[in-house]
Write a protein that binds this ligand. Structure first.
Ligand SMILES: Nc1ncnc2c1ncn2[C@@H]1O[C@H](COP(=O)(O)OP(=O)(O)OP(=O)(O)O)[C@@H](O)[C@H]1O
Ligand SMILES: [Mg+2]
Length: 320
């Protein structure tokens, strides 16, 4: 399986191909509740993900990462653009065909507390997609649930417990087991470790890497800081105000961060050496991010201007 994944990564078969993706949310107002403006949450995203690859999607809060992930999975209907999964155009598929495609594409959610039903045992939570898609009789499904629990590092003995009896990290493992149940090829992980303690974050990230090899998975991994996606991603897309400001190999990004916003994100990563950490210069971008309701025509202009001002300030500080 591992070899298969590596081969397709090398040959570069595209599994997910996104072109010109836009998602606009209407803002209603006035006495007739008409659409008075639109939030341009995603405003022309182009992205491809090769089979077996992990693409990290980073950017600050509100830049449109979750909306992009959901629109790719057709959990939100895109306003415009094309999303192909394994060559099939998803945006024009009728809803019953989309439902069938769910077998191949799944989501792991950010909030391990809110994303699991409090009324279901974890056995039922993981079995539900298998039952919905009639993937075997009761015994086969129970066996599969026990297997999935083992795969994500939980004791199958816990099968009859409820979500509230588990820690955050364990709950996220349950969410991952549920996402894996239908054996998808593509998973959108929306900030899967952001709500977890730092030590637990590493465990869940390692688990996701192991599962990628074991099951030949392709990930779109959403995070709001680069340090989380640094190790897991083959390529990183930096999103800013509904668009991809930068997309390159993760190694390349650290050597030559081109976009000022990327540089600011990189400078925010703490260094695990106290002396270097003390000397680390953080680039703080000033001002507010422009509103996605009325974004600037040229994405780069405002942020480049800010960066130039900051750079000039840093230089003059150094001279004094
Ligand atoms: N259902 C909705 N209706 C209206 N506006 C929305 C809706 N969902 C998201 N938005 C807006 O779209 C923009 C992008 O939101 P999104 O949740 O994709 O950001 P994000 O990058 O995932 O942020 P975070 O890091 O905080 O999760 C935001 O301005 C948000 O307020
Ligand atoms: Mg989000």
């Amino acid at each position: 399986m591992t070899q298969e994944v590596q081969t397709s990564k090398e040959t570069g078969t595209t599994l997910v191909d996104v072109k010109g993706l836009k998602v606009y949310f209407p803002i209603k107002g006035g006495i007739f509740n008409r659409t008075v403006a639109q939030v341009k949450a995603v405003d022309g995203v182009d992205l491809f993900i090769k089979r077996g690859e992990t693409v990290g999607l980073v950017g600050e809060s509100g830049c449109g990462k979750s909306t992009t992930g959901r629109a790719i999975l057709q959990l939100i209907k895109p306003t415009e653009g094309s999303v192909k999964l394994n060559g099939t155009e998803l945006t024009t598929l009728p809803s019953d065909e989309i439902r069938k495609k769910r077998v191949d594409m799944q989501m792991v959610f950010q909030d391990p507390y809110g994303s699991l039903s409090p009324r279901f045992t974890i056995g039922k939570t993981i079995a539900e997609p298998l039952e919905n898609f009639k993937k075997g009789n009761t015994k086969e499904i129970n066996d599969e649930v026990a297997h999935l629990l083992e795969v994500v590092g939980l004791n199958p003995y816990f099968v009859n417990r409820f979500a509230h009896e588990f820690s955050g990290g364990q709950r996220q493992r349950i969410g991952i087991a549920r996402a894996l149940a239908l054996r998808p090829s593509f998973i959108v992980a929306d900030e899967p470790v952001s709500a977890l303690d730092v030590s637990i974050q590493a465990q869940v990230l390692n688990l996701m890497e192991d599962l990628q090899e074991q099951f030949g998975l392709t990930y779109l991994f959403v995070a709001h800081n680069l340090s989380v996606v640094k190790h897991i991603s083959d390529r990183i897309a930096v999103m800013y105000l509904g668009r991809v400001a930068e997309l390159c190999d993760s190694e390349e990004l650290y050597e030559l961060p081109l976009h000022p916003y990327t540089q600011a994100l990189l400078s925010a990563i703490p260094v695990p050496d106290p002396e270097k950490e003390l000397r680390r210069k953080r680039i703080i971008l000033e001002g507010d991010v422009p509103s996605p309701v009325n974004p600037p025509d040229k994405l780069d202009c405002s942020i480049i201007l800010l960066f130039k001002i900051l750079h000039a300030r840093e230089q003059s500080d150094a001279c004094h």
